[in-house]
Design a protein around this ligand. Structure first.
Ligand SMILES: Cc1ncc(COP(=O)(O)O)c(C=O)c1O
Length: 422
């Protein structure tokens, strides 16, 4: 006899959180203390101790020549577009199944985002969909390795070469992910990572840009700090830039977190295999697809949900499983282009950049633009945070217990949730 689900008044499958994030130990505390005692909290292209050391260590760990630390992943994306000289009149192709920053960085630089649909299995931008969106205005493709699963880089790099396009890898969710034995962030022309609190390594906020190109790297250093140049005076500004610097405290924390990253990642990979085996026993629920030639970073553990098999809406299912103490999340609730910024062409004042005379074409973002992304958002795509895999394996058994409870009482749950909403 399966126990009554928590949403119907039963006892939850778990009362303790599944995973505890972020991991902060005495090592991080000592690292910050070291910086504070030194009374040097600031770093620039001319000075700093922790930031340049972190940049060097991160570049080595990701197997790239240059790493430029910044204040956030969003800042890294803004700089990446600017460093490639992309601006008014240009189009950049990206995915609608991502965090908004993967697309707003295009608008911030006054270029036009173009959305290409995703592959339903990997949830990553589909190379065939990209091909259909390339025009004479296309300058770059922003590839997001969503959740930590690398995108189809061979096909994308080939297409980029054929059409003379830049490839930006958004690795905000993909620290140490590998595509055919190559670590992401160094496969395209430029990569970015985020160190925001939910990410696989964190300082609360932070980001970094990776590249193997010395000219792109130099442009990024300059754009990070008001367009300064290394060999010029402090108040000389060669180009339009930002203050997107990382602090010494952030870098000191991240140096510790970087050392821990391989262990965190391996544990997630091992436990993901275990959890996938458990989930695949449940009808109507599958662990997200992992291509055989990738190593996943598991920022997110993706779950495919089939409402037509289960007979319960995605949102009701999530609500009931959450009540069991399992951190199941609905994921992106709508594609990026359904936000007002896009749907209602609401970016800069006076319609800019959509009505920019350098562009001079009609821009329309409508429902139905990317059917696979919409299917994932509205029906199929769920996830659990990757940190719920940094637990002893047996704790994951509670996920199966929770799902079995919910599915055994699905009719009663549907009735209960209907009565609550009416
Ligand atoms: C795919 C993706 N790109 C970019 C970002 C932006 O990073 P940040 O939050 O550090 O600005 C995020 C962060 O959530 C992200 O998930």
């Amino acid at each position: 006899m399966v126990e009554k689900p928590a949403i119907l008044g039963g006892t939850p499958a778990r009362t303790r959180p599944l995973g505890d994030w972020p991991i902060i130990t005495d090592e991080e505390i000592e690292a910050v203390t070291r910086v504070l005692r030194r009374r040097k909290l600031f770093a620039s292209m001319y000075e700093g101790i922790e930031v340049p050391a972190f940049e060097e260590e991160f570049a080595k760990a990701m197997n790239v020549k240059y790493a430029i630390a910044v204040s956030s992943g969003t800042a890294a994306l803004d700089i990446a577009i600017a460093a490639l000289g992309i601006g008014p009149g240009d189009e950049v192709i990206t995915t609608p199944y991502t965090f908004i920053a993967s697309a707003t960085c295009i608008l911030q630089n006054c270029a036009i985002p173009v959305f290409a649909d995703v592959d339903l299995r990997t949830r990553n931008i589909d190379p065939n969909a990209i091909r259909d969106k390339i025009t004479d205005r296309t300058k770059a493709i922003i590839v997001v390795h969503i959740g930590g699963h690398p995108a189809a880089m061979d096909e994308i790099m080939e297409m980029a070469e054929e059409h003379d396009l830049y490839v930006i890898e958004d690795c905000a969710q993909a620290h140490l992910a590998e595509y055919k034995d190559e670590i992401v962030g160094g496969i395209g022309h430029i990569g970015i990572f985020s160190f925001q609190e939910s990410k696989n390594m964190t300082a609360g906020e932070g980001g970094i840009i990776t590249t193997n190109d010395p000219e792109i790297a130099e442009a990024c250093y300059s754009l990070r700090e008001h367009g300064r140049l290394r060999n010029r005076p402090w108040y000389y500004h060669a180009r339009l830039g930002w203050n997107y610097r990382m602090t010494e405290m952030q870098a000191a924390i991240l140096r510790v977190q970087l050392k821990r990253l391989p262990h965190i990642t391996e544990e997630r990979r091992r436990n993901a295999r275990y959890l996938a085996r458990l989930l695949n026993e449940v009808e109507g629920v599958n662990a997200g697809y992992v291509a055989p030639y990738v190593k996943h970073a598991y920022h997110l553990f993706m779950i495919d949900y089939f409402p037509e098999i289960v007979g319960m809406s995605k949102m009701s299912f999530v609500q009931a499983v959450k009540a069991e103490g399992i951190p199941l999340q609905e994921g992106y609730a709508w594609p990026v282009y359904e936000n007002d910024i896009f749907k209602n062409l609401r970016a800069r004042p006076r319609g800019c950049p959509y009505t920019c005379p350098y562009y001079g074409r009609e821009v329309k973002y409508e429902k139905g633009l990317c059917p696979n992304a919409e299917k994932l958002c509205y029906e199929r795509g769920l996830w659990m945070p990757g940190f719920s895999l940094n637990v002893p394996e047996k704790e994951l058994d509670d996920v199966l217990v929770a799902l079995e409870k919910v599915l055994s009482y699905k009719d009663e749950i549907a009735k209960e949730l209907n009565s609550r909403s009416s």
